[in-house]
Design a protein. Structure first.
Length: 178
C-alpha cells in the first residue's frame, strides 16, 4: 500500500519508471480479472492495455481513494461492462480466469487442463453476470467484499449474497464435471 502511494506520486510527477513498475506489478492480476469476466483472452488483453494507456495519458485523472489494485481492478471491470454491452456473446473455449496452461511438452496434461477450462468457462457463462463478476473479483482479483461493493455501488450484503449464490450455482453446474 505504501509502495503504491509512492508509485502514484512518482507517476503523477512524470516518472515513467513508476508507470512501468505499476504495469509490471498489476498486469497479470488485471488480466486474470478481465479474462475471467470475458472468457475471451485476446479481448481481455486489449482491455487491460486500454486501462494502462488511459492511465499513461491521464495521470491527472487518477484520484486514488482506496488502494491502487482496487482502483485498477474497478477500471478493468468498468471497461468489461462497456464491452459486454457491445458484445453479448461468449465463447466457451477461451482460457478461464487466467489459468496457467501446462507446458506443451506435456500434451496429456495440457489437454486435460484445456478441457477443464472449457467446462469451467461454460459454467461461468451460465451465471448471471453480477455473480460471475463478484466471483472473479474476489477469487482472482483478491478484492475484499467491501471493495467489490464499492465498485458495484451495492451493499456488502448484496455482494456476499451474489458470491454465495454464484458458488452454489457453479457447484451444481459442475457437479462431477471438474
Amino acid at each position: 500500500m505504501l509502495e503504491d502511494t509512492l508509485l502514484i506520486w512518482k507517476f503523477k510527477s512524470g516518472d515513467s519508471a513508476a508507470l512501468a513498475r505499476i504495469y509490471d506489478k498489476y498486469r497479470k492480476p488485471l488480466l486474470r480479472i478481465a479474462t475471467g469476466l470475458l472468457q475471451r483472452e485476446h479481448q481481455a488483453e486489449d482491455i487491460v492495455h486500454d486501462v494502462f494507456l488511459w492511465l499513461a495519458r491521464s495521470p491527472e485523472k487518477v484520484k486514488l481513494q482506496g488502494n491502487l489494485r482496487s482502483f485498477l481492478a474497478t477500471c478493468v471491470v468498468n471497461r468489461v461492462r462497456n464491452s459486454n454491452k457491445v458484445h453479448r456473446r461468449q465463447e466457451a473455449d477461451a482460457p478461464v480466469i487466467g489459468a496457467e496452461a501446462p507446458k506443451p511438452s506435456q500434451p496429456q496434461r495440457w489437454l486435460i487442463a484445456s478441457e477443464r477450462r472449457a467446462v469451467l468457462n461454460a459454467a461461468l457463462a451460465q451465471l448471471p453476470y453480477e455473480q460471475c463478476e463478484v466471483l472473479v473479483l474476489h477469487l482472482q482479483g483478491q478484492m475484499k467484499f467491501r471493495e467489490i461493493a464499492k465498485s458495484q455501488a451495492v451493499s456488502i450484503n448484496t455482494v456476499q449474497s451474489r458470491y454465495r449464490y454464484g458458488l452454489e450455482k457453479l457447484r451444481s453446474l459442475l457437479d462431477g464435471e471438474v
